[in-house]
Design a protein around this ligand. Structure first.
Ligand code: ADP
Ligand code: MG
Length: 233
């Protein structure tokens, strides 16, 4: 089977002229379908930059990034949007819309599914919220939820459309260790159920064991790539 993400000879720099600052150097990476990959490394090592390139959120300057069969180098806007629509995103701050309930926030992710009736979208959102342990809070607004609860809603929102890939940038950073752990375990369980690939950036050493594989970045390079034995089924 083809990898869902293939990165070859990827270089990236910010700024121009004298201010030009290279931040990624010759990155090569393959991620297989269904893998849970954690990306670790010191602050400033290039983790978010790599994630946003794979996400189609910034243009590839040099090298190749293929996501779900689409080459992102030289891709046009429409191709980038098409790739983004197949990816679920989870960020450090949950980014929920304050004026929408949990269920409406999750339902937003299904707006592209025009074949689904409003009733079906509500049903799927409720089902997904129940799966992340938020079934009794579907009509709550973000302001009345705790940090961990908001992040669960964000997970439900990222997964409800059954994306092939979820990209998460320090999703537990704002949470205490217990809720952080709960949140990634829920993410892991749902992803395995949906055969979804996860690429998750984290500093949080307490969650490393949810990974199938841990990639360590240093100074813009992939320094180590470790498969976790326990996870090979
Ligand atoms: P990490 O996520 O590992 O902390 P980043 O990918 O955010 O690292 O940043 C890598 C390097 O690129 C850092 O030196 C950072 O200052 C720089 N950088 C990140 N984003 C930008 C930007 N938009 N403009 C200029 N420099 C940036
Ligand atoms: Mg970062």
């Amino acid at each position: 089977m083809l990898p869902v993400v293939t990165v070859r000879h990827l270089n990236h720099a910010f700024g121009k002229g004298e201010l030009r600052k290279p931040v990624l150097f010759d990155v090569d990476l393959d991620i297989q379908a269904g893998e849970i990959v954690l990306l670790t490394g010191p602050s400033g090592s290039g983790k978010t930059t790599l994630l946003t390139l794979i996400a189609g959120l910034r243009s590839v300057q040099e090298g190749s990034v293929q996501v779900l069969g689409q080459e992102l180098f030289g891709a046009n806007k429409q191709q980038l949007v098409q790739v983004r629509n197949q990816i679920g995103f989870i960020f450090q701050a949950h980014n929920l819309l304050a004026c929408l309930t949990a269920q409406q926030n999750v339902g937003m992710s299904l707006r592209l599914h025009q074949d689904l009736s409003l009733e079906a979208r509500i049903a799927r959102s409720t089902e997904m919220l129940t799966a992340v342990g938020m079934g009794d809070r579907v009509h709550y607004y973000p302001n009345s939820l705790s940090g961990g609860q908001k992040q669960r809603v964000a997970i439900a929102r990222a997964l409800v459309s059954e994306p092939k890939i979820v990209l998460a940038d320090e999703p537990t950073a704002a949470l205490d260790s217990k809720s952080g752990r709960d949140v990634v375990e829920i993410m892991q369980r749902q992803a395995k159920r949906q055969n979804c690939t996860i690429l998750l950036v984290t500093h949080d050493t307490r969650i490393l064991d949810i990974a199938d594989r841990i990639i360590h970045m240093e100074d813009g390079r992939l320094a180590r790539d470790t498969a976790l034995l326990g996870s090979i089924a």
